[in-house]
Design a protein around this ligand. Structure first.
Ligand code: MSP
Length: 479
């Protein structure tokens, strides 16, 4: 047991549409990591939420005809529902429209930047991609279009407040180079370092309210609202009560141990966010885990691109545990991964129905028939697997962690084939019982290791071992 604290966050999703498989991926990835750290005995705090300001959100809310507040309330409820249906074990769900917790923190942080002399007024003239909610330069575009959204950015000319991010270029670079702010994987670290080496430009940090009447008012100037990213990034500390009357969580859990996010939003987290924190004198997060994107038909799955797979559909057909397993097993967290529904069935049958499900059922059948009492789990069984699993999971190599388990499943299958306890029971019952005892201990270990990935399956397996019964409804084969 360790008493270490572990504060982990997921990005807060734009509330402008239903979550798709890409969102499910980052949610599940973060949840697997959160559960793994709880499994190790750490004091985990896991934050999730929604990002409700910005042009994209406002336009969707207006188009809905529901009324702005009702629209966001229903979206927030929907996203919470999705988190729950994915078995996300988040401890808190933050909304950026939360005027009690989030707004005062965002305004307090802005004030700190202003006090450090890092906020100034200027004119922004340039391009803006609403899909990304980001300012763009010509070099970011392909044929004049945003490569992620396939849309032509809008031209903006307006008076804005700017944040002096340029001032922090060297400081941010040092923090990342020295791994004080660790960026995983290394490839992403190098990518962001090379971007920072080109020099960071100051960022437009507000929008005139007359153009965007939706957002957190800039302290001291009600005619401006904060730029959506300046507002959204603060969620990681506002949720903990930063600058509020009760900041016990902030004191206990900040700095974050891990921000989990997709590579498309690394720049905001590895440049703007550290710049803001440095300016405000708030410690930087310890690490950022950058995952690849879920592709569909070779392009980023996105609402704007219209190529989404709805996780609800997969959950209805295969169950949430299968979805979690699929994403953990099939997608290398550090690379882009194309997802298809056909592949899903194949993986389900091979690893779940014929793999874990079948092995557990066979072993528990023999155990409940041959043994008259439950088998005690043994710490000396599968030491190598545990080592492999932990080494992979500690490095956030979830896919490798799951592979350690599936490899062990195959080893136990092979052991049954070689030792044939169902035959030995007739000739040498003591020997057969000994073999089955070992197999049950192996299955118990599989149950334990699966806890972060498939919590329900893990509980069912552990329960079956404890009671020496057949596990209930694991994975029925799909044809
Ligand atoms: N609201 C911002 C995040 C603010 S965090 C302070 C945002 N929202 S988002 O809804 O567009 O994306 C949220 C997360 O989902 C990001 O980590 C993004 O990488 C992830 N994904 C969105 N589409 C994705 C895929 N197709 N594949 C994998 N993850 C993707 O950005």
């Amino acid at each position: 047991m360790s008493n270490e604290k572990f504060y982990i966050t997921t990005p807060i999703f734009y509330a402008n549409g239903s979550p798709h498989l890409g969102h499910a991926y980052v949610t599940i990835l973060a949840d697997v990591i959160a559960r793994y750290h709880r499994w190790k005995g750490e004091d985990v705090y896991f934050l999730a939420g929604v990002d409700e300001h910005g042009i994209k959100n406002l336009r969707s809310a207006e188009a809905s005809g529901m009324g702005i507040d009702a629209y966001f309330d229903s979206r927030a409820a929907e996203f919470r529902g999705v988190y729950d249906s994915l078995e996300s074990s988040y401890d808190q769900f933050i909304r950026t429209t939360d005027k009690k917790l989030h707004w005062p923190a965002a305004q307090a942080l802005w004030q700190k930047l202003a006090d450090s002399g890092d906020i100034y007024k200027g004119t922004y003239e340039g391009l803006y991609c609403v899909g990304c909610e980001a300012f763009k330069q010509d070099k970011d575009l392909i044929d004049g279009k945003c490569p992620d959204h396939g849309t032509v950015p809008e031209r903006l000319v307006q008076e804005n407040y700017f944040f002096k991010l340029s001032k922090y270029t060297d400081a941010i670079k040092k923090k990342i180079e020295s791994n004080e702010l660790r960026i995983v994987p290394e490839e992403r670290k190098n990518e962001i370092l090379s971007l920072i080496s080109e020099g960071l430009e100051d960022v437009s940090f507000s929008r005139p309210k007359k153009d965007l009447p939706w957002g957190i008012p800039v302290p001291g100037d009600d005619s401006h609202v904060m730029y959506v990213w300046c507002d959204a990034l603060v969620n990681y500390i506002s949720a903990l009560g930063y600058a509020g009357a009760d900041d016990a969580l902030f004191k206990k859990f900040w700095p974050a141990d891990l921000h989990v996010l997709g590579k498309d939003i690394l720049r905001f987290h590895a440049a703007i966010w550290p710049g803001m924190l440095l300016s405000a004198g708030v410690p930087l997060p310890k690490a950022i885990l950058v995952h690849g994107l879920i592709l569909s038909g070779g392009r980023k799955m996105s609402k704007t691109m219209g190529n989404v797979i709805d996780p609800k559909k997969l959950i209805e057909e295969y169950g949430v545990e299968a979805l979690r397993f699929y994403l953990a097993h099939e997608v290398n967290p550090f690379e882009d991964g194309d997802v298809t529904e056909e592949k899903f069935k194949e993986v389900y049958n091979a690893y779940l129905a014929n793999g874990i499900g079948n092995l557990t059922a066979r072993v528990m059948k023999m155990s409940s028939t041959y043994l008259d009492k439950p088998v005690e789990p043994s710490a000396s069984v599968g030491i190598e697997v545990v080592r492999e699993f932990e080494a992979a999971m500690d490095a956030h190599q979830i896919q490798k962690g799951v592979e350690a388990i599936t490899k062990y499943v195959r080893e136990l299958d092979l052991e049954i084939q070689e030792t044939q306890p169902f035959k030995t029971i007739k000739t040498d019952p003591e020997k057969a019982k000994e073999i089955v005892t070992g197999l049950v201990q192996g299955v118990a270990l599989i149950g334990r290791l699966l806890a972060p990935i498939m919590p329900q399956t893990s509980a069912k397996i552990s329960e079956a071992v404890k009671k020496n019964t057949m596990p209930t409804a694991l994975f029925a084969r799909k044809d």
